[in-house]
Design a protein around this ligand. Sequence first.
Ligand SMILES: [Zn+2]
Length: 175
Amino acid sequence: MQSFTISAKSRPGKLKRYTREHSAKLPEIVRLEVGAFKANCYVVYDPEGNCAVIDPGDDADFIEEKIRELNLVPKLVLLTHGHSDHVTAAPDIALAYSVPVYLNNKDAFLFRKASRFPGKLTGLKEGELLKAGELRVKVLEIPGHTPGSVALNLMGTPHVFCGRVFGENRFWLFR
Ligand SMILES: [Zn+2]
């Protein structure tokens, strides 16, 4: 008993990491409508404010304003596919916060057509688990809408971000 007491006192930080209050907090999700087509852009963040920006399709200033308002620290930009209405503001966000841009390599040609990003793209792979702070995002390839379309599953929540897929394919095919 005595040794337990000593160890608990000498390592309070370690104990705190395992308390229920800490680990039970779910990521928050903010949906923003951006661009002329009102495409969905999502800002997801953990309790510490580490955030991922998903599909910044346009209106970089608006997205950055929300990030400031919520006091968040962007860690990565994630793209569900390479169409312009999902990627146009990605270069601005990536450069403003010096964060990497993730996209399936099979959609790199679409991204390059849609934006003039001088930086390097980081490829997304089936089954990959991305980490940012306490955020965990699992990647699933769902080709169809574009060759490199992916679904992004925000672990610990029922949310899957997938851009445009399946039923809407025909309608959105030429966007
Ligand atoms: Zn699209």
